[in-house]
Design a protein around this ligand. Sequence first.
Ligand code: NI
Length: 137
Amino acid sequence: MVFITRKEHFNAAHRLFREDFNDAKNLEVFGKCSNPNWHGHNYDLFVTVKGELDPLTGFVINLKDLSRIINHSIIEKMDHKNINLEVDFMKGKLASTENIAVAIFHELENHINTNKVQLHCVKLYETENNFVEYYGI
Ligand code: NI
C-alpha cells in the first residue's frame, strides 16, 4: 500500500456566522471570520490517495488524472468564489475549515475510489498555522 498526495490551491471568500446570532455574538464565537462584509483565505488543499502500485506504470494513480479530478470537482467550483453563496456542495453549511474539508472529501471520493485506489485523506490549510484533516471516518 502506497500513499500519494497532490497539492492544489484556491482563493475563496467566506463568512462564519449563524443567522440566529446577532453580529456581536457572531464576533464573540467566530472572531474575525464573522466579518459581515466577507473576507478571503488562500486555501491549500492536500489530497492523499492510497493503493497498490500498478506494475505497468509504477504509479498508485496518475497525478495528471488526480489533478484533473480535483480541479474539475473542487477548484473550479471554489477558486475566487464566495463559499457561503456560490459553492453548491457548501449550501446550508457553516463555511468552517472543518466543514469544507469534510465536504471536499465527500465530493472527491466517488470520483477517485475504484477497486484499485481509494481516497485516504483531505488536508485543508486555511492559514499557515491552521489546517484540518479528514479521513472519511
Ligand atoms: Ni475566515
